[in-house]
Design a protein around this ligand. Sequence first.
Ligand SMILES: [Zn+2]
Length: 293
Amino acid sequence: MRLGHRAVNGPGPRGRAFRYAEPVATGERRDGGGRGLFYKIRVAILATILFGVALYAVRDVRSRRARKDWERTLSIALVIVSDGPLAPDAVPALKAQVPALEARLASEAARRDVRSPFSFHVVGPVEHRVPPPAPSGDGIADLAAHALASYRWTSDVDAKTGESLSSYDSRIYLVAHAPRSADRQVVEGVSEDGGRVGTVVVDLDASMADLALIVVAHELFHTLGATDKYDEHGHARVPEGLAEPGRVPLYPQRFAEIMARNRPVGPAEEKVPLRIDELAVGDLTAREIGWAP
Ligand SMILES: [Zn+2]
């Protein structure tokens, strides 16, 4: 079983730079009156568009930052997308565990005096046989192309749900297909760092419900600005990837830190969490999302 994951930066709306092809000689007005009316109208329209884009970007950044004030419960859309037929009990098992995830995260928040941090709204399942786009690299052009492809993909899925999803604080798309192997099941996620959209792809059967939702929580926390707490080998970093870094003896840890993914049971040994009550939010992650100063 592999718990894979990548995070990418989500670009915000971008203004396009325009270049005018008619240079004006300095200190000199030509044609006795300058530009024509059509030119002025065109510039006015372009300026208005640029102003609108800039205004939207500023408001969206403020709105996304305000999520971390925790003055209200964040509404999270969990959009279940079926990529082909699933076992009849797979989605009901997943849905049945969503209140447990909500309660577990509320319990972790309460330790930091934050009340009712999340309210999950389950949407779907909707069938969509197109896999979510995967980033092809970490360059700016790759990220921009991935952002555009993701926007198109989520727009297509949203249209199938028949619901307006744009007002949610974050949207996590859980793409489920039947397990392709009896002995190996995969969960992978990709999120916008500090953005609004995360994606989880899972080989889903009823036994995978808790792990799938643990990865949903990991990706949700990325949308709130939390960073990964595991090293290049996939092992929890010490101490920030440990839920209880002061525990004596240190191992085995009782919990899996949400951004470290696994539960360390020894200095070089970890176990994939299989139950939601194994999940915990470490102190650095809590600070990153505004639960602690
Ligand atoms: Zn991650």
